[in-house]
Write a protein that binds this ligand. Structure first.
Ligand code: SF4
Ligand code: SF4
Length: 219
């Protein structure tokens, strides 16, 4: 039996879906695999490009700032054969506003994602970030959106913590692309369930999601 139940439903008049979880020990990787399988089965009616079962060679979603997690960056390192974590920053954009630090995929001219090829394909498709894998151009419920944002927020917090620590250990400032880095303090970033993990299979939803959301999602 599948560990995730996807429920097709109309949302604000558009085709869409909700989801429920059957296993409290579900990992983020389990979720990604079942979600990719569900999406590629063609059961979801997409609002934009129609008649397609996956996102390969569609670039409509690849022009927006895309927040990433510490695991997404591990996956980028794997895809690009990078051995030094700090080298991944050539693919990342760091923006600081007061105490807020955002790390997104770097974009090139016209706002294109740095991994988007001239043929409109994703050069790291198999390793693309969590948000790319879990966005489908159809309606989604608040619960699905909340699940995505809680995972990405915690993963991004760990990415910021790990990044500050990595550069600080080398006596270097965090490479900030926009904003000022002088207000950034490692003490503001605590370890969380992403700390020390290198793969989404090591991260359980029950350790990431709030108890309220977990209660709603668990069958
Ligand atoms: S989710 Fe985005 S990239 Fe995927 S098919 Fe829809 S518009 Fe294209
Ligand atoms: S990583 Fe790939 S799928 Fe995601 S925005 Fe970039 S090109 Fe698009």
């Amino acid at each position: 039996m599948k560990k995730v139940l996807f429920i097709k439903q109309k949302i604000k008049g558009y085709p869409g879906y909700d989801m429920r979880i059957r296993d409290e020990n579900l990992s983020v990787q389990d979720l990604l695999e079942e979600m990719n399988e569900f999406v590629e089965s063609g059961q979801i009616e997409r609002v934009w490009p129609g008649n397609r079962t996956n996102c390969y060679a569609c670039d409509l979603c690849c022009y927006e700032p895309l927040p990433v997690t510490s695991i997404d960056v591990e996956n980028i390192c794997q895809a690009k054969h990078i051995t030094e974590f700090s080298e991944a920053f050539k693919y990342l954009w760091v923006e600081v506003c007061g105490e807020i630090v955002d790390i997104t995929l770097r974009r090139t001219e016209g706002g294109r994602c740095i991994f988007l090829t001239a043929e409109k394909t994703c050069s790291i498709y198999r390793y693309r970030p969590f948000l790319c894998q879990t966005y489908v151009c159809c309606g989604t419920t608040e619960n699905v959106e909340e699940l995505r944002s809680q995972i990405v927020n915690q993963g991004m917090d760990e990415l910021v913590r790990k990044s500050i620590l990595t550069f600080q250990t080398r006596g270097l400032p965090l490479p900030v692309d926009r904003g000022r880095e002088d207000g950034i303090d490692l003490a503001d970033w605590s370890e969380n369930c992403f700390t020390g993990k290198t793969d989404y299979s090591e991260i359980l939803l029950k350790d990431v999601l709030s108890s309220d959301l977990l209660r709603i999602l668990l069958l």
